[in-house]
Design a protein around this ligand. Sequence first.
Ligand code: MF3
Ligand code: CO
Length: 247
Amino acid sequence: MILKTPQEILKMRKSGKITAAVLAMMGELARPGVTTGELDRKAERLILDMGGKPAFKGYMDYPSTLCTSVNDEVIHGMPGDRVLEEGDILSIDTGAVLDGFYSDAAVTLPIGDVSEEASRLMEATRRSLEKGIEAARAGGRLGDIGNAVQSVAEGAGYSVVREFVGHGIGRKMHEPPNVPNYGAKGTGIRLVGGMTLAIEPMVNQSSHQVRVDDDGWTVRTRDGGLSAHFEHTVAITDEGIVLLTVL
Ligand code: MF3
Ligand code: CO
């Protein structure tokens, strides 16, 4: 893993503000009748206007600024002509690069009024991220994070995706270590000040199993159940955790 200096963390914080601004704007724009492609165009414009570059566009030939994953889509849904409908849940994942540093974050949003069950899933996933972040402490272990996420998600009756995980982040979008959303307390590498991580629980309503569509990107639940995704880029410091992808 690559430890960051306080100056580098400050740069990541500035990058994270752009990513947070995009997700905040999406919260205003995502409503029934809007297409995922329209959201993508507005997101790209905002990132460029703020002086950054979209982190995902061009990454392994990915064509867009956002990943837009609806209902049973878990991650990496591709923006396009799909019209959002009342009752959908939309996971939006995005990232920015500024001054050489990446940030990466995601939220799942309700489109209009959604079912009680969909709300409960989104809330449990948001809370699993919150608890995962609280567990990311200098002196702790990597497994503490996954264990916290998994405990909240499974405690609410849901499952965590195994095939995709969080990651270190910095001058590249993906740096070591992998940050699984499952694991045992007190296991894995020791967490130390200067680590910057993207913690990103992907939580399924029923089975944790997923498959990838023929487009090579869209990951969806095998059983057609709903899925939610929340993500923040954070820095571990000796003074505590710092959220980088907030306004
Ligand atoms: N948040 C995702 C990740 O951490 C974003 C990657 S999507 C891609 O891997 F399109 F850029 F690949
Ligand atoms: Co990520």
